[in-house]
Structure formats: C-alpha cells, structure tokens
Design a protein. Sequence first.
Length: 399
Amino acid sequence: MPETQVGIVGAGPAGLMLGELLAAADVETVILEDRSRDYVESRVRAGVLEHGTVERMDALGLGSRMHRDGLVHHGIYLQFNGERHHIDFGEHTGGKSIMVYGQQEVVKDLVAARLAGQRDLNFEAKVSRITDFNGPLGEGMPTVHYSVSGLDKELNCQIVVGADGYHGVSRQMVSPGSMRTYSREYPYAWLGILAEVEPSTDELIYAFHDRGFAMHSLRSPSVSRLYLQVDPTDSIDAWSDERIWEELQVRLHAGGWSLKEGPVLEKGITPMRSFVTEPMRFGRLFLAGDAAHIVPPTGAKGLNLAVTDVVVLAAALIDYFRSGDQRGLDQYSDSCLKRIWQAQNFSTMMTTLLHLDGTDDQFGRRLQRARQQQVVNSRSAAKTLSENYVGLPLAEPNR
Ligand code: RFL
Ligand code: PHB
C-alpha cells in the first residue's frame, strides 16, 4: 500500500497551502481531492486576503500574479441608509492594507506550484473513510480510504489532515463523544453575483439598508462581485438579473454616486452560519480550515483562518518530522482556537451590525443604529474594526 508522511484530504486553500508549506521543508504529502481541477479552480468564493495571507503567498514565492492582478485596498466604506463613511485601515493599523484577489486565483497559484514541483495531487479522488487515526503519534498508521473512477484505493500516512471543508468527511470520522461543536444559524443568507462590469467603487462598500444588507466588492477592473441579504429559504430562480440589480440599486444608493450594471456571469445563494469544533486534533488526525470552523462571510475571515490554521500546523509538523518534537502538535488546537474565536467575535459583530434581523424588535434596531454610529464616530471603535479586518498578528491573536 502506498505510504506518505502527511495525507491531506481536500485541495481547497487549506490543503493546498499546507502542501506547499510542507514541501518547502521536504515533508512528503499526498493530496486527495474529490472534485476536478477545473471545478476547484473556478469555484467563486472569497475575495479578501489579509496582509498576513499576502505575506505567506510571497514567502512561498507565489505572489507574482497576485501582485499583478490583485487590488491593494487601504480601507472600506460602511454605509448606513445612504450615508457613506470611510474606514481608513492605514490610519488605524500603522499602514496595513488588504488584497482583493479571488480565492480561485489563490487556488490556481497553489495548484500550479504543486504540479510544477511534481508533487502528488489527485483530483477526482473521493475520500470515504479514515481509519486507525486514534492513538499516539508514531504508534500506528492511519489509513485514508478513497476511490478514483470507481476503484477503491488506500493510502497509509503517519498523520492525516482533514482540510475537506464544512461538508467533508474527516470531521464525520470523529466519534461525537470526543468533540464538542458550537454553532449559530442566522435568519438570512447571501445572494452573490459576479458581473461583467467595471466596479463602481474604489474600495469595498458594506451597506446597511432598511430593506437589508448589500455589498459591492471587486475582482478586476472589468469584473464586480456584489451581494444581497436574502431570506435563507429564497430560491435563486426567484431572483432574475433585473430584480437583483433593482435591489442593489436601492440598497447601495448614495447621493452623488451611481451603480453601473452589466451582464451577470454567475449567481448563487449561500447560507450563513457560525460553527466551531473543539478540539481540532484527534490522535493522528488534524482538522484545518472550514472542516473545523465556519464564519459568516461579513468579516472576510474564512479563507484567512484556513491559511493561519495551516501555517501553525505546518510549523508543528516540520518540528515533529525533523526532531520528533511533539509540542507544537500538542498545542495546535489551543493556539488556533484562540484566533478562531477572535474571528468568530469579529464576524458576528460585522454581521449583526449590518444585517436586518427580520424581527420587529424596535429596541434591538435602535441599539444596532447606536453601534453603527459608534463605529464611524469613535476612533477606538474604528481602530478595533480595522485591526481585525486586516488581520490580528499570528503570534498574539487576542492581545
Ligand atoms: P474548502 O475551500 O471548502 O476546500 C475543501 C476541499 O475539500 C474537498 N473535499 C473532499 N476531497 C476529498 N474527499 C472528500 N470526501 C471531500 N470532501 C470535500 C472539496 O471539494 C474542497 O475542494 O475549504 P478550506 O480549504 O478550508 O477553505 C476555506 C474557504 O474556502 C472559506 O473559508 C472561504 O471561502 C470563506 N469566505 C471568505 N473567506 C475570506 O477569508 N474572505 C472572504 O472575503 C470570504 N468571502 C467566503 C466568502 C465564503 C463564501 N461562500 C460561498 C461560503 C464569500 C462567500 C460567498
Ligand atoms: C468578496 O469579494 O467576495 C467578499 C469580500 C468581503 C467579504 C465577503 C466576500 O466580507
């Protein structure tokens, strides 16, 4: 049976980035991905990279396309019922910025690097089970069971990393008694479109409106990404392109500004949820990225958390394979969970600040308005938002 040091389930940002970080230290990995290369490279998702994520891409020598095609932003706009305010990250964080660069572009860069290095990357390889992962490191080998074109296969590894997203199989392998999960569902969803039109804004606009949240993001000088808060039970068929633009026009409207429209290239509805698994390690199985946690997208944290998980995990795995030192692996869950709960806190803050909760709670609505006023009128509130948005330092996520 083939054998490797680290078996990685999933070729999303978490799995692919882990593969690159480990390859740079000569740790051997095999990546198994359910979907085709084309599918993972064209899946439209996140768009905001924290400055630390940009630094990781650079450190791996993968920054050239990102610096050529990505858009550096030094702030965001927050808009409350037509009144637009600018939050200047540079001013509040000592000059830090974020990069607007589509997740699928990050995935393309990582896949290209892996294939150029002739390292093992298997598409259309669906993992069905992981066995023998319980127990101490070094005393037994987990087996990853997967299938390719209907043929059952197995891979033995010293360690397995489940980087297979929220709907993946890795977390399901853990007995419910060994893990606790914490979750929150929201009474709304996001309808996202990719449109072939020059962005109408230089930086992202997060807008609260009495009809619900709307957002204007960007992908390139000729492609815009926009979102609308919708009902979680809404069907995409109920939203014609015309209706989507009409609603975006109303919710994003601000005096002296207009929203350009163009052909809709893609549209879909995504539910919003918060979810955390504790711990993130089960013997010789480690979870990373969305497999272990989900944040609502309003804070732009999901992809960045996936990257910071694997940065911590890669350092610990390298120590282990170089010298047998297990301390980093023992601390993996605790050090990641601190950052994850900070990100949950920030994402919940941004989400509840900007969405209509759908109830008739007028007291709550007035509290929300007070929080909206505070974030644009108080320097300390704007500083907290900015520090969280650009990304907290890796070593001290909860100063
Ligand atoms: P992924 O990207 O879901 O990758 C998991 C991979 O595992 C594969 N897989 C399997 N492979 C083999 N066998 C199996 N049994 C498997 N089961 C699953 C899947 O096919 C997939 O390729 O997880 P990863 O790597 O942890 O990455 C997480 C991010 O994708 C996610 O957090 C972000 O997209 C969230 N997110 C955002 N994050 C940000 O940091 N900034 C943003 O601006 C941002 N915006 C967003 C977002 C997510 C959104 N949606 C669609 C949920 C905007 C949206 C609308
Ligand atoms: C995006 O560009 O897709 C995007 C940006 C910011 C968010 C979520 C999504 O908070």
